[in-house]
Design a protein around this ligand. Structure first.
Ligand code: SAH
Ligand code: SF4
Length: 374
């Protein structure tokens, strides 16, 4: 007979709301009003360390340190690019890497977060897709990306006002954790959230149609859809998920999302040389957008060794954009920031993971890396 021991997992500080924390404190014989003081440190001061909560008695700080999980990922490396972006490579409690990119603009500071380690969806143009899937990130691990980056930009006199889920992973494949995270980000600071505006938190998806509809019902945030082709055969070639949710289903989901939220949608369209940016594709894209209130972001493909595509020339980019503009579809060309430090989508963590997985067999290392540390 084997005896199975289950060690109860400590709740993480970034996943506790006022009533849950109050209940924990009371169970320790502490006054419930301390819960609000603790959460104020976390959400107003971005302090996720009980030893620094100076208005709490020492005994309570100790109980908090042992009774609650305060783990924040270690900043394994931080690389700044000339364009003002900083790529953070963060090491999780399980020894895996996730990345977050700070994007500094004149009038705002934005954070690109990861929702998974790796991704299951295997888009052919994406480095994260090439890695395969390791695991979902917990809500507290996504929120920790915000808390850590927030402390960095606060020291520069900036406020992290925008979040985009465009790092590693497919957010709607990690649905519940992402919804919990977004709700915490949107909750006002006085109610112990990060106080972001719902127009400033953008979930980017490769098009998991049923989850797009769920999202509209569950939380009011902005939506970006990685479209990249508007003909099924081509989109399936670039994004295998299109076989499961073809364009007709995706469009129906977007129409429903829009009917429920009343908000505009951002369509992301990577321009890949000799693949998806000719006149035929421009016409197909115009057709797809009809009936949607959408803006299109055109993103020239970022080439990497191992990815089979190239970036088109400037003339092709301009011609594609002109076709849309003449039909009143706003389509700015967006160049990915931080290319010199591999800041675009999943690239730094992908490099790190590739380095690690290159050594013995991929499977062996994956098994080692998904096991929690003793
Ligand atoms: N999984 C989600 C969010 C993460 S990917 C999604 O697919 O939307 C974030 C964005 O980076 C997506 O729009 C994706 O298509 C884009 N991307 C991936 N690889 C790229 C590359 N090599 N060049 C330019 N954009 C890329
Ligand atoms: Fe996954 Fe998005 Fe990359 Fe596709 S583009 S593989 S969905 S991270």
């Amino acid at each position: 007979m084997t005896l199975e021991l289950t060690i109860p997992k400590k709740p993480h500080a970034l996943e506790l709301d006022l009533s849950q924390l109050t209940a924990i404190l009371k169970s320790w014989g502490e006054p419930g009003y301390r819960a609000a003081q603790i959460l104020k440190w976390i959400y107003s001061e971005k302090c996720v360390d009980p030893s620094k909560m100076s208005n709490l008695p020492a005994g309570l700080r100790e109980k908090l340190a042992t009774g609650i999980d305060w783990f924040l990922p270690e900043i394994h490396s931080s690389l700044s690019a000339e364009d003002g972006s900083t790529k953070l490579l963060l090491k999780t409690a399980t020894g895996q890497f996730m990345e977050a990119v700070i994007l500094r603009y004149e009038n705002r500071t934005s954070l690109c977060v990861s929702s998974q380690v790796g991704c299951k969806l295997a888009c052919t143009f994406c480095q994260t897709g090439k890695l395969g899937f390791f695991r979902h990130l917990a809500a507290h691990e996504i929120l920790a990306q915000y808390a850590l980056a927030s402390s960095i930009v606060r020291a520069e006199g900036r406020r992290l006002s925008h979040v985009v889920f465009m790092g590693m992973g497919e957010p709607l494949d990690n649905y519940q954790n992402v919804v919990t995270t977004v709700k915490t980000m949107l909750r006002p600071e006085e109610e112990f959230g990060f106080g972001l505006s719902n127009r400033h938190v953008t979930v980017s998806t490769s098009g998991l149609a049923p989850k797009i509809v769920d999202l509209a019902n569950d939380v009011k945030c902005a939506l970006a859809v990685s479209l990249h082709a508007t003909r099924d055969e081509l989109r399936t070639e670039l994004m295998p998920i299109n076989r499961r949710y073809p364009l007709i289903e995706l469009k129906a989901a977007l129409t429903t999302w829009q009917a429920i939220t009343g908000s505009k949608i951002t369509l992301e369209y990577i321009l890949i040389k000799d693949k998806n940016c000719g006149l035929r594709e421009a016409k197909e894209l115009v057709k797809f957008t009809s009936g949607l209130r959408a803006k299109v972001n055109l993103i020239p493909f970022n080439a990497h060794p191992g990815l089979p595509f190239e970036r088109p020339g400037d003339d092709d980019i301009r011609a594609f954009q002109k076709h849309l503009a003449e039909r009143s579809i706003p389509a700015p060309v967006r160049y990915s920031k931080g290319l010199d430090v591999s800041a675009a989508c999943g690239q730094l963590a992908a490099k790190q993971i590739e380095n690690l997985t290159a050594i013995p067999s991929r499977k062996a290392v994956v098994a080692e890396r998904v096991l929690p540390q003793p």
